[in-house]
Design a protein around this ligand. Structure first.
Ligand code: FMN
Length: 181
């Protein structure tokens, strides 16, 4: 898929719910996504997250923890997942977050997944950020007590057609305040 700039990349990055089960994701590509994720900004540079990459047979096990009836049933064909846990803050980030009453951790985690998925798109991979999962089962699988915050499905799309983005109107999303206000 061709793109010339970030806006075009953002247009072709879309949540994929139809994966080719016969195409494995190259480990080198997953590594590149992780390398780019590491470049994401975070409050006080605290980077309060950890990425587990699960692929092959393990991906089949994980996909069971993401489905409820038809919900996320597409994950049965996904050959790789990134599981994103929430990790401790450093002292400055903890204090800033408390003093300012802001949930910087969620913001940081979200930005890191945006970097990960954008890089995946440049590599011809498709992704879907998944917020619906059985947290306890994934914790048990990974043998961690950390909170599981997001799972990213990663693979090759069966159908590469790019959908028109459905987004709120510009008026509902932003305003450029005039200088002379
Ligand atoms: C935090 C978060 C959780 C999400 N959870 C799910 C999910 O459980 N299942 C799913 O199919 N899509 C999930 N999505 C994908 C959104 O539905 C999708 O990003 C949105 O509809 C916009 O479509 P697009 O990504 O194709 O542009 C999630 C996205 C985010 C950012």
């Amino acid at each position: 898929m061709e793109f010339r700039d970030f806006k075009e990349l953002a247009k072709i990055r879309q949540s994929c719910r139809d994966y080719d089960p016969d195409r494995e994701v190259e480990i080198e590509k997953l590594q590149t996504c992780l390398d780019t994720m590491k470049l994401a900004p975070s409050a006080c540079n605290a980077q309060p997250y950890y990425y587990y990459i699960v692929h092959g047979e393990n991906a089949k096990n994980i996909s069971k923890f993401l489905q409820l009836g038809k919900m996320n049933s597409f994950t049965k064909d996904v050959n790789a997942f990134a599981i994103v846990t929430e990790e401790n803050y450093n002292l400055t980030a903890k204090i800033s977050s408390q003093v300012k009453n802001q949930d910087f951790k969620s913001v940081d985690i979200g930005i890191s997944t945006a970097y990960f998925t954008a890089e995946a798109t440049t590599l011809g991979l498709s992704t879907c950020v998944i917020g619906w999962f059985d947290e306890e089962k994934i914790q048990k699988f990974l043998n961690t007590k950390s909170r599981i915050r997001l799972v990213i499905a990663i693979g090759y799309a069966k159908n590469e057609e790019i959908r028109e983005k459905k987004r709120k109107t510009s008026d509902a999303l932003y305003k450029i305040i005039p200088e002379d206000l």
